[in-house]
Design a protein around this ligand. Sequence first.
Ligand SMILES: CC(C)(COP(=O)(O)OP(=O)(O)OC[C@H]1O[C@@H](n2cnc3c(N)ncnc32)[C@H](O)[C@@H]1O)[C@@H](O)C(=O)NCCC(=O)NCCS
Ligand SMILES: Nc1ncnc2c1ncn2[C@@H]1O[C@H](COP(=O)(O)OP(=O)(O)OP(=O)(O)O)[C@@H](O)[C@H]1O
Length: 204
Amino acid sequence: MSIVIGLTGGIATGKSTVAKMFDEEDIPVIDTDKIARDVVDKGKPAYEKIVHHFSDDILLCTGHINRKKLGKIVFKDREERETLNDIVHPEVRRVVEKQIRRNTLLDEDIIVVDVPLLFESGFDELVDYTLVVFTDTTTQLERLMSRDSIKKEDAEKRINSQMSIKEKIVMADYKIDNSMSILETKRQFKQIHNKLKKLCGDES
Ligand SMILES: CC(C)(COP(=O)(O)OP(=O)(O)OC[C@H]1O[C@@H](n2cnc3c(N)ncnc32)[C@H](O)[C@@H]1O)[C@@H](O)C(=O)NCCC(=O)NCCS
Ligand SMILES: Nc1ncnc2c1ncn2[C@@H]1O[C@H](COP(=O)(O)OP(=O)(O)OP(=O)(O)O)[C@@H](O)[C@H]1O
């Protein structure tokens, strides 16, 4: 039987970094950020709904969605963000369910779903265990500003658009503190990976 792990955290706390560690162990990772990009591709049903609501002001000259512009709108306005979530999340969920089914049929021991809004959007219903990757607030802010080349004010808006990391830590079954070096994160990852292997009945 497969066990499904919901991998989450705050924005830029290191979900992709830990997802890569699972991937390096040949564990399938379902990446919802990628799925959320695919389902809003030009001409898809969610794309049409987004353009209908936000107008063609949010399009690039190629007709694709200008993600930077849409991000600016939704990260400063809760109602607009909820509207976007209501359009995109059901589509993402359908794809995630399909990919979990496919990996279960392939008899994978562990399946990871990397989803930033795991608790906020009810994706935790689809998984057996949850794993939160967290950092302290200063590190999160610095890494986000540096990775996305954005101002402190914009980074704070993005962070505040999500459930607080403290709440996520309380809700999670497993936790990784990614405030220190990648090596230290890898050490914590290995401990959790060993526990998960035991849950699957693999004592090696
Ligand atoms: C607002 C959008 C256009 C910004 O695109 P952009 O390319 O700049 O960012 P990207 O998609 O790579 O997301 C980066 C991070 O932002 C955070 N984030 C994304 N969407 C949201 C949201 N609706 N609420 C809170 N945080 C979010 C996540 O931590 C995510 O990992 C885009 O994030 C989007 O369409 N969001 C809605 C869909 C969604 O919730 N995706 C998350 C996976 S289900
Ligand atoms: N332990 C670490 N030490 C230094 N830098 C790190 C560490 N872990 C992650 N980073 C860097 O921090 C940034 C955010 O990490 P990552 O992209 O994994 O976060 P994320 O949670 O997946 O982000 P998002 O929510 O936007 O998808 C990246 O630039 C990454 O290279």
